[in-house]
Design a protein around this ligand. Sequence first.
Ligand SMILES: [Mg+2]
Length: 121
Amino acid sequence: MEKKKVLIVDDQYGIRVLLQEVLSKEGYTIFQAPSGQVALEIIANEKPDLVLLDMKIPGMDGLEILRRIRKIEPDTKVIMMTAYGELDLIKEATALGAITHFTKPFDIDELRMAVHAQMVS
Ligand SMILES: [Mg+2]
């Protein structure tokens, strides 16, 4: 069976490394993007099964990236990573089909399980 692909989109290097480490142990193929431009290229080329998407990214923010994902790969599963107090943004992301969100600093184990749940469904 082909490995499931996860794309991590976050401008913070530390978050990308942490998620890469935890999720690669789960047996997924991991891609990383620090920006919307890089993320959209990877989505077009690799068609990841799931995207972990930071809301606050300099330049193209998470919502804009999510809108563009919906245009190129509408069925991609997306989980948002947000900061405290981003309720309006979270509502918009939900309207754009984001599955759920995790507020930073999140419990890495909860996030790992949420990703797993999506991969088996
Ligand atoms: Mg950020």
